[in-house]
Design a protein around this ligand. Structure first.
Ligand SMILES: C[S@@+](CC[C@H](N)C(=O)[O-])C[C@H]1O[C@@H](n2cnc3c(N)ncnc32)[C@H](O)[C@@H]1O
Length: 264
């Protein structure tokens, strides 16, 4: 199946040696996808603002005086919210130039910096951080264990990692999880099979990676993290009252959030 999250190989000749340089093109750089995403996020009933952001901010807790890295910062919603918690500085990285352009355009606080860096290349960053955050990006990463290892290498002593991602029961099937009748619950397909999924979203084929909960937890443990908290947020009774569609979240939460601490 054709997918827009593709890779280009540049071949350059250097001192007689053929070197292949890979450059990732983000689907968030596709104009139509980007515009649809911005439109989705500007809707007053978007789940990011109603459920995801308040819960991850609470999980992140106190970061005053800390150096913070935000992986997959997009146009900076979490980054800017973090900057208001009085950190020393927040570095937001993303592999989409278009998203970062939007972030720069929006109100950029003095303690925030944005850089075009792929999450897979964070080992090119030369400073260390007290807190590493990521909101809804890790399901785009192919090798999560490798990423956790690179994050661990960027951490100061007592470092913390707090991230959200699409919930594994949502990433399991290529169709997402279809809820046709709220009283019937849900059907989940292929939960136990980790790997690539091509999901139709915002009019495009988007490549994501499904991992079962045990894969994620064990990858953290294997790379020197201790899990301190796991959150599967659901809407409040008041939110459900205002928007009955949110009842779906009681059958399958959209988000998984994990807070972990450097063990070694
Ligand atoms: C759903 S958006 C979330 C944006 C932001 N964290 C927020 O909460 O508003 C996912 C973001 O992850 C970024 N992303 C996806 N794969 C990435 C990668 N390999 N390296 C860096 N950023 C990536 C996308 O460009 C996009 O900005």
């Amino acid at each position: 199946m054709h997918c827009l999250d593709f890779q280009i190989s540049h071949v350059k000749v250097q001192e007689g040696v053929m070197m292949a340089k890979k450059e990732t093109i983000s689907i968030y750089d596709d104009e139509m996808f980007f515009n649809s995403y911005i439109e989705l996020r500007s809707r007053p009933d978007n789940y990011n603002d109603l459920i995801e952001q308040p819960n991850i901010l609470e999980l992140i807790g106190d970061i005053s005086g800390k150096k913070v890295l935000d992986i997959g910062c997009g146009f900076g919603t979490l980054t800017v919210a973090l900057s208001k918690k009085n950190p020393m500085r927040v570095l937001g990285i993303d592999n989409s130039a278009r998203m970062l352009e939007e972030a720069e355009k929006q109100n950029k606080p003095a303690n925030v910096e944005y850089r075009l860096i792929d999450a897979n290349d964070i080992d090119t960053i030369s400073e260390k951080f007290d807190v590493v955050c990521s909101s809804l990006t890790f399901h785009y990463i192919k090798n999560i264990s490798f990423l956790f290892q690179k994050i661990m290498n960027l951490m100061n002593e007592n470092g913390r990692l707090i991230f959200s991602q699409e919930h594994p029961i949502l990433t399991a099937g290529e169709m997402g999880v279809v809820v046709s009748d709220l009283s019937e619950g849900i059907n989940i397909k292929n939960y136990s099979i980790d790997g690539e999924r091509i999901v139709r979203w915002l009019g495009k084929d988007v490549k994501k990676y499904h991992r079962k909960l045990s894969t994620i937890i064990n990858a953290l443990e294997d790379n020197g993290f201790s899990i301190t908290r796991v959150v599967e947020p659901i809407p409040t009774a008041e939110q459900i009252e205002q928007n009955k569609r949110m009842l779906t979240e009681l059958h399958r939460p959209s988000y998984l959030m994990i807070s972990a601490a450097r063990r070694i």
